[in-house]
Design a binder for this molecule. Sequence first.
Ligand code: AHR
Length: 596
Amino acid sequence: IDLNLDADGRNETAPLLYGWMFEDISHSGDGGIYAEAIQNRAFQGSTRDNPGLPFGPSLDGYYPVGNVTLRLSRMQPLSEALPVVMEMEIGGLAEGEVGFFNEGWWGINVEPGTYNVSFYAKGNGARMNGTLSSVNVSLRSNLTDDTWAEQTIEMTEDKNISYFSWTQFETQLVVEESAPNSNNSFYLTFNASEVAGDVFYFSLISLFPETYKNRPNGIRRDLGQIVEDLGTTFFRFPGGNNLEGESIDQRWKWDKTLGPLIDRAGRVGNWGYYNTDGLGLMEYLLFCEDVGMEPVLGVYSGYSLDNYGAGDTSFPEDAMRPVLEDILNELEFITGNTSTYWGNYRAELGHPEPFELNFVEIGNEDWFSPSSYNYRFPYLYSGIKDAYPNLTLIASAYNERDYNLTLPPGVIWDTHHYELPSYFLQNFDFYDNWREETNNSDVGVFIGEYSVFQIDSTLPELNFSRPPPIEHVSSPRLLSIIGEGVYLLGAERNPDVVRMAGYAPSFCNLNSVQWDPDLVDFTANYNETVRSTSYFLQQLFAHSRGTHTLPVTNSEGEFNPLWWSATIDEDVNAVYVKVINSGNATVDFSVNVGAE
Ligand code: AHR
């Protein structure tokens, strides 16, 4: 096959085509990109002890050291947001070392560097004997006697465990050498000779390794780097289903994710575990700034899922005002100047400059509520556009699936595809004539979630049930990237239509898999992170793309089994030709670059 590149007829490529979809699923937030190493740091909610509802507070992750009893207490709230704390009762006859340890998120990565430790403690007046001189914190192996780092916090007159009020303690653990694995725990212990018979309370126990770009309360260093390395241009957050909530009250509430951690209550996430909200709106926006990605902000659109059986819920048409007001406040927080209420709050939180925000998505997968998005979208669209005319708004449903929703010019439609490889091949040209076929001149497309989910087989349709059937693709493989790659070539060829694309889900902690396949799998051990074939495909595509498309003609006329796209980078005069062979035989081809 001869591919002839035509120097004429160039179109600008879509600058943001390759991006990142993120939501807290499969512990990709807590226990994932959020670098906090302590599991269940404030006893907010469970996965282990309370596998069913109502995700009650638990001691998940904590174990006693020596002669102590650990239990939950509601009698000594740390704050309004964190009312449940851990009580530690030390036996009257205790000897040696006493305290507790936390196993982290299925382990703790230990590598050279500085770990920031913080915790709150309080005593029980009636039960304190007042002889406490120090507390010991350390990082230790679960398998050997190794202690990787250790620090003694001396009690002083100004700072000690008081029975009148909570005291915050902060220190650092300096690790000199890497542990051979992540089978390590964080210990907080006392000398029993000083505390036998005492009762202490603890909460907000935190351990932060060095983070991506050294942000306090930031992103796991290696996972942040992986996002950067792909060449990611946008970051869609916070969901996905996790934006919507299992009920209206359990939705992602942006304003509850702000400010000091002691004021963040967290929420029941949509993926079977509690979200601390330590990874909040500010953290997402700062991560976007640090990587240099466009934030694509998903805003709550008045629709919540209800997987617990009662059905989904939409705000009624005449009750949408609070939903809009909430969005406008959120946008003011992100982009308002410091003379505004929310802009001023952002400044107080350390970011006086407004964040750059150009894309807002109204909801997620609202095709699941055809009867209500038809009024929710137009209402929210006009309300947001009136206040922020320069924002590009994204609709999460369009005229597929029996919809009758007219999108105004300039809107982008977010479409999701978890499919068979054959689907992606068959739809390579889906966007070639899409404008004419849908009779729209100015609606863009965002392939907001996609992956090869299942191989082609005898199954009549995609099977989303768990555990996956034999045909399910649990990790991306060569077959995946042939399908995904061909579809992305189709996107590259139609930059006036397809503006953005993001594989989903992106990150997965292999100790808690709610959805696979995923782009990147990881554990607590930074050396075990796996970038999938789909990751490498996108990285290759993102880094090998010009500023303009180059039309290609070929001697045979047909795609399949070869599929291609060509672009030119006008700044450096480099031509990129991407070719995929989806067949099982070698195909000879030549590329002729027209002289210009
Ligand atoms: O990516 C996993 C889920 O798939 C997302 O939360 C949702 O938008 C889609 O159904």
